[in-house]
Ligand binder design. Structure first.
Ligand code: AQP
Length: 334
């Protein structure tokens, strides 16, 4: 069976972009056709400053979000990255395989480091090598992610290719990105040119999975739009990024294509469309937020699920790390 790996950072609130771009597709891949491994990547989160008690809370909340969204700890391996040390161990090997120039081309590093790149952590720079290790320590073949992760996944293939070539082996697979659906890139509600993001300082820019019905409605009502009515075909959404974003969100939440949505709502003003979108979002998201809140009251249960997941993950990761060490020439590798 092909093996699926993906993860999200416990670096703030899980939002609608994470859900539609990633989590929902993770749930869709869970089951007989794939072996699924989903991680809370706490080592990635600390590439920028995280308050320790906030990090602990965010990790448990992310786990609650995974389960509330439909991931089942009996069907998928769920764990936090730091508890499987093989990720960091393989990342070191990959730090020695990847080239500085590859990392310098990463747009996420440029975006996150901002103007003062000299002041960014070394971890933020090396982030994609750790991500490659997350995936390849399981020999995962499929990685469902949002559109923003495409470049990192290409780098993962580059690292696998160079490792295999340098050591003359056919050891690490070339992983396939799985980027699905109309909402592979959900944009900020305040600015249609920026992706919806946990780290946006404006809470109005995103719908958090923990937002209540009133907050969701308010955020959609206040979402930036233009004064035109909705077009009846997708061509009419070109150069209207905010309108396109809301239509795509509606499409994803109602399991339709953007064309189908516009066939229904074309000609309507936003004053009419936004309440429809708000009702739909509330009806789809509130069962998840209610379940998340319930699970957050069961901290011991969450910790037990994570510990069990880490044990299962290690059973796969340990032999792959040992084989890697053997290939590289480390004495004592088993
Ligand atoms: N706006 C988005 N639209 C679609 N998919 C998205 N993802 C993130 N934002 C969007 C996908 O969610 C998964 C988990 O993301 P992550 O937690 O690893 O971090 P990120 O991509 O860095 O997410 P954020 O929210 O933007 O966090 P910050 O602000 O901390 O950088 C990934 O599969 C991602 O593609």
């Amino acid at each position: 069976t092909p093996r699926v790996f993906s993860g999200a950072q416990p670096s703030g609130n899980l939002h609608l972009g994470n859900y539609l771009g990633a989590l929902r597709n993770w749930v869709g891949m869970q089951g007989a056709d794939y072996e699924t491994i989903y991680c809370m990547v706490d080592l990635h989160a600390i590439t920028v400053w995280q308050d320790p008690s906030e990090l602990r809370k965010a990790t448990r909340e992310l786990c609650a979000g995974y389960i509330a969204s439909g991931l089942d700890p009996d069907k998928s391996i769920l764990f936090n990255q730091s508890q499987v040390p093989e990720h960091a161990q393989l990342a070191w090997i990959f730090n020695c395989v990847a080239r500085m120039g590859w990392m310098q081309r990463m747009t996420q590093f440029k975006d996150k480091a901002g103007k003062n790149a000299q002041n960014a952590s070394l971890g933020l720079f090396a982030y994609p090598a750790l991500m490659a290790a997350d995936i390849l320590i399981y020999h995962a073949t499929h990685v469902p992610v949002g559109d923003d992760q495409k470049q990192h996944l290409e780098l993962t293939r580059d690292i696998a290719t160079k490792f295999n070539h340098d050591f003359g082996v056919d050891f690490f697979p070339l992983t396939e990105p799985v980027i699905q659906g109309v909402a592979a890139r959900v944009m900020s509600l305040r600015d249609g040119s920026k992706k919806m993001s946990k780290s946006d300082p404006s809470d109005m820019s995103r719908i958090n999975m923990t937002d209540d019905a009133d907050t969701i409605s308010k955020k959609i009502r206040k979402a930036k739009t233009d004064p035109e009515a909705l077009p009846s075909e997708t061509d009419g959404l070109e150069d209207r990024p905010e309108a396109r974003n809301l239509v795509n969100i509606y499409a994803a939440l109602s399991d339709q294509s953007a064309e189908q949505v516009l066939a229904e709502v074309g000609g309507k003003q936003f004053g009419e469309f936004k309440p429809m979108l708000a009702d739909l979002a509330v009806s789809k998201l509130s069962p998840i937020s209610t379940e998340m809140a319930r699970l957050m009251g069961e901290e011991a249960e969450i910790d037990r699920i994570l510990a069990r997941g880490a044990e299962k993950a290690r059973a796969i990761a340990t032999p792959i790390l040992q084989q890697t060490y053997e290939i590289v020439g480390m004495v004592g590798a088993k």
